[in-house]
Design a protein around this ligand. Structure first.
Ligand code: LLP
Length: 422
């Protein structure tokens, strides 16, 4: 059975750490996101160990899970943050995060976001186009400041992942084509309100092999050397995020396996002085969370059996958007022998695309609780209120303690600010 490390069965009931998910459901209702604090710490530990003795800054790719409680755990562990909006910046500042450990990524930074990040004092802007570079130079100039800049280069490598989450290919909207990068760096070096500090790339997400990273690294190193020859010396190299997690039976790429190889290459190329920056999102939080949901109805038709649950695509968009697989566990499983049937787990939303899992062998009855596993990353952060469904509560479990880190949204709040015309 593929149950994540901090989510295990005890006396026939699925637990998060030492807390029964059945108890959580009866106390807080469903649907419910439940995170394990220890799982966050363990995921961080894998990066800490991998980076030991080297100059590495891990910036949590917080788009994966930006709840303040989650950010606060990583802040206390020493993490920096990879942000992609002024909103994410505000969240980091709200937990007292250190702006000098923030890298600001994203293709469409607006002026107000640049201003806010400059004033906060972020480590660097990962600039994705020449137009953005010029805008940043203007904004910094107006404030009488100097903006630290790294160019996000598109190395044109295939991360071998889902097309929607592959970002390092020529045809993607991300980054500056590696062939044009030298010219853009030279331009940047002439602008007094910019300071070139690094180079960065992010080739995609849910990557399970080191080869695409090493291909990208080779290309970045060639660029770094060309730039050095032109008198442009960089202080850091940012390889982005993207390390995958186990949703089902994926073979895993561990942070150590990847970093050992990266350090080897950097040492061999005489570049060990460069700081290595990483932007992992999913691998720090993905397997630290589940989405708990209750079976409202079972519906058997000629072609399919459906378990209609109270969670839906608005709570977990990944299955319908990417065809993503999330494991499904009955919280209090019955003996499956002879009675399990193949179910599609679907939500109440009025869309055929509203499904969470397909063709799962389960022995279910109305009222049963099920856990959609690996829902710590890109679940709540991609949630919406479609069909006027309040977003579900988020709970952080710490041993036997359950903390509400975001209460369930109230129905009346959903439209409290809307106005009808006279
Ligand atoms: N850095 C940058 C610039 C990124 O665009 C991303 C993710 C990350 C870091 C973190 O990547 P991670 O370590 O989480 O793979 N919603 C999709 C994933 C989209 C990823 C977008 N960028 C999903 O649910 O699979």
């Amino acid at each position: 059975m593929t149950v994540a490390h901090h989510f295990q069965f005890r006396d026939g009931v699925l637990h998060a750490e030492d807390t029964s998910l059945a108890d959580l459901a009866s106390e807080f209702g469903t649907p419910l996101y439940v995170y394990s604090r220890q799982a966050l710490h363990d995921a961080w530990e894998a990066y800490r160990v991998a980076a030991q003795g080297r100059n590495v800054l891990v910036c949590f790719g917080m788009k994966a899970n930006s709840n303040l409680a989650v950010l606060n755990e990583f802040k206390k562990l020493g993490s920096g943050f990879d942000i992609v909006s002024g909103g994410e910046l505000a969240r980091v500042l709200a937990v007292g995060g250190d702006a000098s450990r923030i890298v600001f990524s994203g293709v469409g930074k607006q002026e107000w976001e640049m201003q806010a990040a400059l004033k906060a004092g972020v480590k660097c802007f990962n600039v994705e186009s020449e137009a953005e570079l010029l805008r940043l130079a203007q904004v910094a100039d107006r404030l009488g400041m100097v903006a630290p800049v790294s160019l996000r280069v598109n190395p044109d490598v295939d991360a071998q992942t889902h097309p929607y989450i592959s970002t390092g290919l020529k045809e993607n909207k991300f980054g500056i084509a590696i062939e044009s990068a030298v010219a853009v760096y030279q331009r940047a070096a002439t602008l007094p309100s910019l300071k070139v500090v690094g180079v960065d790339c992010h080739i995609g997400s849910q990557i399970t092999e080191s080869a695409p990273y090493l291909d990208a690294l080779d290309k970045l190193i060639a660029l770094i050397k060309t730039l050095a020859g032109l008198g442009i010396d960089l202080q850091h190299l940012d390889l982005g995020g993207g390390i995958g997690i186990r949703y089902t039976d994926e073979t895993l790429l561990s942070p150590s396996a990847l970093l050992d190889k990266v350090f080897q290459v950097l040492d061999a190329q005489g570049l060990s002085h460069l700081q290595l920056v990483l932007e992992p999102g999913r691998s720090l939080v993905g397997n630290a969370g589940v989405l708990l949901t209750k079976v409202e109805y079972l519906k058997h038709s000629e072609a399919k059996n459906f378990a209609i649950v109270d969670a839906a695509m608005n709570d977990l968009l990944r299955p319908t958007l990417y065809g993503a697989w999330h494991s499904v566990e009955a919280v209090t499983p019955r003996d499956n022998t002879n009675v399990a049937q193949s179910y599609d787990i679907v939500g109440p939303i009025c869309e055929s695309g509203d499904w969470l899992a397909r063709d799962r062998e389960l022995n279910l009855e109305q009222g049963d609780l099920i856990a959609i596993m690996s829902a710590g990353a890109y679940a709540f952060t991609m949630a919406s209120q479609y069909n006027t469904r309040p977003r579900a509560a988020e709970i952080m479990v710490d041993g036997t303690q359950a903390h509400v880190i975001r209460p369930r949204e109230k129905m009346e709040d959903l439209f409290a600010t809307e106005k009808v015309l006279n």
